[in-house]
Design a binder for this molecule. Structure first.
Ligand code: PGA
Length: 245
């Protein structure tokens, strides 16, 4: 496990972007799975800036969306698809044919899971995944006590996720179900990056990295991945030690 610590959000983002860009340069044409959420937004901005300087070709890769809220579509502000389009795929100029995101409005959600899983398989699986860590340890919408053997799945969202999720919907309540790439597919990735920043993430970072892995904390299931990189900042790292490690 590598742990990289930035002094602040900008340095955290630059470190994350550098790591992802290095992987892209070495693995053109492979499939990436990026999280929505606030944590990686600076990493996406930094990657786009690197591309503008000619340091990386983001359009040389394929992208699968990590997750989506069920019952809303791209048009709804707060959907993972719209967040990713506005903050990364659009500004990075990624061709539509290189992207597959979950359709939260699909009439048959189990079939949508299967279709996304087939799309992933057809590209040789996920090469690198960049994941945020939720306050409850979820990764994507793999909520506490998830079945770690699922490749893609439909889930009932945890109450912590529903509470935290209101921030994406201007404080309004958010959907109660989600659709996500599963732990099995994420663990198959050649490289896993777990990103967490800010003091509030100290406790869950400790549970993720130091305590015994458990399905009660899905992020901890990544502990034994042999190419795991943690990207964090001094606020989260200090809080983690303050949390009694
Ligand atoms: P955040 O969300 O990056 O907005 O903190 C992480 C998550 O809940 O998955």
């Amino acid at each position: 496990m590598n742990i990289l610590i930035g002094q602040d959000f900008d340095e955290f983002s630059a470190v994350g972007a550098g790591r992802v860009a290095a992987f892209i340069r070495e693995n053109p044409g492979k499939l990436l799975c990026f999280a929505a959420g606030d944590t990686p937004l600076g990493i996406y901005q930094a990657l786009i800036a690197m591309q503008a300087r000619g340091e990386v070709d983001l359009n040389s890769m394929y992208y699968v969306g990590l997750d989506e809220w069920v019952g809303i579509g791209y048009e709804t502000k707060g959907s993972c698809a719209q967040v990713m389009q506005d903050t990364f795929y659009g500004p990075a100029g990624i061709e539509a044919g290189r992207i597959r995101v979950f359709n939260g409005l699909a009439s048959d959600l189990e079939k949508e899971c299967e279709d996304v899983n087939r799309w992933i398989a057809a590209r040789g699986g996920i090469a690198l995944t960049l994941l945020g860590i939720g306050m409850n340890g979820h990764i994507g919408f793999n909520e506490p006590f998830v079945d770690p053997e699922r490749e893609t799945l439909l889930v009932d969202l945890d109450e912590v996720t529903a509470e935290v999720g209101t921030k994406y919907f201007d404080g309004s309540s958010c959907p109660i179900k989600g659709i996500t790439v599963g732990v099995k597919r994420l663990k198959e990735a050649d490289q896993v990056i777990l990103a967490a920043c800010g003091e509030k993430k100290g406790g869950i970072l400790k549970q993720t990295l130091v305590e015994t892995p458990t399905i009660a904390v899905p992020s901890s299931l990544m502990q034994d991945h042999d190419q795991l990189t943690i990207i964090t900042d001094t606020d989260a790292f200090r809080a983690m030690w303050g949390a009694g490690v």
